[in-house]
Design a binder for this molecule. Sequence first.
Ligand code: SF4
Length: 415
Amino acid sequence: MRSRQHSPRQTVRDPGRQPGRSPEQHSLPLPVPVHGAVPPPGHRPPEDHVPELQQALLAWFDAHARPLPWRRHYTPYEVWISEVMLQQTQMERGVSYFVRWMERFPDLPALAAASEEEVLHAWEGLGYYSRARNLLAAARTVMREHGGVFPSEPEAIRALPGIGPYTAAAVASIAFQLPVPCIDANVERVIARVFDVDSPVRSGPAAARIAALARRLLPEGEARRHNQAMMELGALVCGKKPRCGQCPLARHCAALHLGIVHERPVPGKKAEITPIEVVTGVLRHHGRIFVQKRLPHGAWGGLWEFPGGRVESGETPEQAVVREFAEETGFAVRVSAPLGLIRHGYTTYRVRLHCFALELLAPDGAQPPRPPVLTAASAWRWLERGELESLAMPAAHRKLADSLTVAQGPLLTAP
Ligand code: SF4
């Protein structure tokens, strides 16, 4: 494990590794805490005071837990849906998606009976659409293989489509009170600070230490409260700008005691961001707009879109959209007007999507024209502008579709 990076002021030894010694017993100067966070007197090393730390955390949670809609009944279905949604979005947005989802699919049988199109539409805007497809597949698996009852054994939960170790742990502990810790980014941050984990939290040794500490911190019979409390503390108090003055773990926190709160967790290597130029086109013919449904797999599998693709080296965006249309649909088109630019990001890409209005180069007068020859889609439609609303689309294409329904003024930015 990498050694801790001390600043010149941080001359007190790690109290977590000096059990029984309070700061006052050291002859070295006390650390100067950052951002006004003052360590309370009498630091109590967390390894030596686990029951006390557990109690402080639970008492704080009882007093400060947010009244979230999935915290009323703790049904496995609600816990599962909320956990998957919160992996995609911030809490406030997650709550509104969750409420809408429950109105539409109030229980497992309702979700299992829905079409993929309905589920993707309800998920629209959250991204990573494979998660929505997996929710549907898992609901159908529960109906088929578990008689409609969400399984309670961790292995059976983990075996459901799309459920990884974190989601399985969350459902097992929060819905079924099974003694397994949940480790998300909030929990990693809290543990890295309280126990002064001095290497990047996702690296092998640090991840193993955090997992071991998370298991050790879990009080018997309190998995639901404790796991939520750890995550809630990371979200509300021990965030990127920690509010140590309001923290129930301040007396135990090694990073606060050492004045290195903002050096924990140790950052890992940042993913490289790749800029890409992409084009898409809105092809109109006799007042209708052409859309196609993406093939079932991949980032936006099964969603509807306007055809398009990447700008290749040496091409202008106008040339690219004409070429992409020919390759994906067999239609010969020309650009009739630029519609603007949409900037968005996904995974490690920063995307500039150039949007164009298109018309058929040699319209054959048919209503609609001859069918396309699809090479990157499974279905196609010619729609009235108002019908676009009913389709599940990737966020950037939804923005473009919405801009088409505004009679005056472009919604998109100029390139
Ligand atoms: S756990 Fe976080 S908020 Fe609490 S004292 Fe430590 S750094 Fe501050």
